[in-house]
Design a protein around this ligand. Structure first.
Ligand code: ADP
Ligand code: MG
Length: 684
């Protein structure tokens, strides 16, 4: 029997392995099974080139757990190892500066394992002792038995072993007995080994007999050795892709479509990416792509490997060329990874472009489910924008779809304003903004439907990319202002009339939480509505974006919603209200107005006299007088306002006009709505 020390420069690597690789203990199984698979594939290669002339026989890799003996065994019938090979591949793990490196990457077990080729040694994360029983495919080499108890000392001796291949026996330590549970191992094999290319058997299949679960003679094979992405697209049908999708995501809806990836140069990559339906919640959809390295599962968090928006896709990427065992920051700067990202972006765009060209009806049919993904892509990746520009669709409120180009052509003749701006009208809710949409349509305008969470961002992007292009929501202003065709007619009210109308409407507007109203006047057509409630486009967009983004934008999120109450001074009802109001309040208002005029005149006079003077040069008496004038003016204004308020409260038409405008904006609710209904009946 030979004894020796494992070739480690650092005194003892095992405490380090145990200490630092804490969180990722479970990967030992992946490492051992993939070694077994490697050894088996090497044997197959040797056989295929004639270097191995014997019978390959059953090549199934077998995993077994013995709970009583506290062991896990991984057995293969691969090429095995000679004594020299054990010495070379197992004993001489040459690494320098190990400790330093381990400290640097202590949070990243993968990095350490990759760096040192510690695959096999990961067994010591869970074992107090590891044994290797192995017999090489070479007839002249004796079978060998290697043991190591977690110190740098090992033993190596000849043994007898009936079969070619290797058994790795782990004596599980007391801290890791969870791995002696059948269900745990089954779950780990399913996670990491589901698509390995050599059959992996974990015990036997069971069946129910006479109310008891009994073992059958059939192997419990945990993997599919020919997963879909390794097969030729020509041999696959739609149903195969759908079935594979369900295998990966048993809970998911059917995918919209998929891309079969296959590259040999300048890197190796295969895989299938699926487009899922993405309607609202972007985050729920992430981390669904599974990354494999030669069919061994590595991770399902692919940030850094593919652009962010592509993480919304589902499916499998398999590449031996992605440096899987390194840190994420390293990944992001890796040349191959960048090329792979670029390749996937290109493929995704090409596939979408293909469907659009070949089957526009199908593309339109799936647009609503695809839109969020494409928007996210074009917003975050300029390259993707360039590739996708031709098939970004706009949908109008009637459900018609247009490319950007087509839509521009459609609206150019009628929706260009007097300054040459092309105005895109849109609604975010067909029902809530119905009356505004209808008014726009009556003018021959087309209205887009923009109801997805990223639309506000997409709109900004379009406005930035195209000069003289503006998107405005149909209810953000009166139509005459949204698409100003000629200079607007002037409002002809006197100051007194303006103040009166302002107070009359102001005092009757409802007090809504986090909502501000501002009464303004416009001389619209007599046939337009008498009162409009509009919402400032800029503020609304900022608020909407803040809802998606948070952070800095929260400033806008906290602001109240501000609405304009636009009084159409050309409307007969408004004209009538003015005459009626003057008749009803004239007597009460006249003395207040007269006094206010004198007070204001005197204030003005004093202020003029004080111009250019320093505070201390102004006599105290005059300062006091100004003070009391200001107070008096405020009192008079309040008194006037009270008169108008009392008048407005008694005038059913004022309430009715406001409620109608609120109603058109879907802002009349609850008790206010009930009152409106009651008043309407009374007015009838
Ligand atoms: P890697 O798999 O990256 O080479 P490992 O530490 O996992 O690193 O394995 C080290 C070496 O030990 C392998 O390259 C192989 O030569 C040998 N080895 C490990 N397991 C087996 C096995 N089951 N059969 C044959 N050789 C093996
Ligand atoms: Mg390995």
């Amino acid at each position: 029997m030979a004894k020796g020390n494992i070739g480690v420069t650092s005194d003892n690597i095992f405490p380090i392995i145990k200490k630092f690789l804490y969180s990722d203990h479970e990967i030992f199984l992946r490492e051992l099974v993939s070694n077994a698979v490697d050894a088996t594939q090497k044997l197959k290669t040797l056989a295929s080139v004639g270097d191995f002339k014997g019978e390959t026989g059953d090549l199934t890799v077998r995993v077994s757990v013995d709970k009583d003996a506290k062991t896990i065994t991984v057995s293969d019938r691969g090429l095995g190892m000679t004594a020299e090979e054990i010495d070379k591949y197992i004993n001489q793990i040459a690494f320098s500066g190990a400790e330093e490196f381990v400290k640097k990457y202590k949070d990243n077990a993968q990095a350490i394992i990759g760096h040192f080729g510690l695959g096999f040694y990961s067994a010591f994360m869970v074992s107090r002792q590891v044994e290797i029983f192995t017999r090489s495919y070479r007839d002249d080499a004796p079978a060998m038995h290697w043991t190591c108890d977690g110190s740098p000392e090992y033993t190596l001796e000849e043994t007898t072993k009936a079969d070619r291949g290797t058994d790795i026996v782990l004596h599980i330590d007391d801290d890791n007995t969870e791995f002696l549970e059948h269900a745990r191992i089954q779950a780990l094999l399913t996670k990491y080994c589901k698509f390995l290319p050599i059959p992996i058997a974990f015990g036997k299949k069971t069946e129910w007999k006479d109310g008891k679960e009994v073992e059958t003679t059939e192997d419990n094979v945990v993997n599919d050795v020919n997963p879909l992405w390794t097969r030729k697209p020509a041999d696959l049908k739609d149903d195969d892709y759908k079935a594979f999708y369900r295998e990966l995501y048993p809970m998911g809806d059917d995918p919209l479509f998929w891309i079969h990836l296959n590259v040999d140069y300048p890197f190796h990559l295969t895989g299938v990416l699926y487009f899922p339906r993405i309607r609202t919640n972007l985050d729920l959809q992430r981390n669904k792509i599974q990354l494999y390295c030669n069919q061994v599962f590595v991770t399902d968090s692919v940030e850094g490997i593919v652009p962010d928006y592509l993480t919304l896709l589902h499916g499998v990427i398999d590449s031996p060329d992605i440096p899987l065992n390194v840190s994420r920051s390293y990944l992001q700067s890796d040349g191959n990874v960048k090329k792979i990202s670029g390749y996937i972006t290109k493929k995704v765009a090409e596939r979408l472009g293909d469907i659009f060209k070949k089957d526009r009806a199908q593309f339109e049919g799936k647009w609503d489910d695809l839109k969020l993904f494409i928007q996210y892509g074009v917003l975050s990746d300029e390259k993707f924008y360039e590739r996708a520009e031709g098939f970004i669709l706009l949908k109008d409120v009637d459900g018609k779809y247009f490319t950007l180009e087509e839509y521009k052509k459609l609206i150019e003749p009628n929706q260009t304003d007097k300054d040459g701006n092309l105005i895109y009208l849109y609604a975010t809710n067909r029902d809530e903004q119905y009356s505004y949409i209808q008014a726009a349509k009556d003018k021959g305008y087309d209205v887009l439907l923009m109801d997805s969470p990223l639309d506000a961002h997409a709109i900004s992007q379009q406005e930035q990319k195209h000069e003289k292009t503006r998107y405005v929501r149909v209810d953000s202003d009166t139509l005459d202002k949204l698409i100003a065709k000629a200079d607007q007619a002037q409002v002809t009210l006197t100051d007194a009339q303006r103040e009166a109308l302002k107070d009359i409407f102001d005092t009757q507007l409802p007090a809504l939480d986090k909502t501000e109203f501002m009464v303004t006047f416009e001389q619209l057509a007599a046939t337009d509505s008498p009162l409009y409630i509009t919402r400032n486009e800029f503020m609304r967009r900022m608020k909407e974006m803040s809802a998606v983004q948070g952070g800095m934008m929260n400033f806008y999120g906290e602001m109240p919603d501000s609405y304009n109450v636009v009084v159409n001074t050309a409307h007969p009802l408004v004209e009538r209200l003015l005459t009626d109001e003057e008749a009803a309040t004239g007597e009460q208002i006249a003395p207040l107005a007269a006094e206010l005029a004198t007070v204001e005149a005197r204030r003005h006079e004093l202020q003029e006299a004080h111009k250019g003077k320093k505070q201390e040069e102004i006599p105290t008496a005059e300062k006091d007088e100004l003070d009391s004038l200001r107070k008096r003016a405020d009192e008079l204004k309040a008194a006037k306002r009270d008169v108008y308020k009392a008048y407005a409260a008694g005038n059913k038409q004022v309430g009715q006009l406001i409620d109608l405008a609120l109603l058109a904006n879907n802002m009349l609710k609850g008790e206010a709505l009930a009152k409106f209904v009651k008043r309407s009946v009374e007015l009838l």
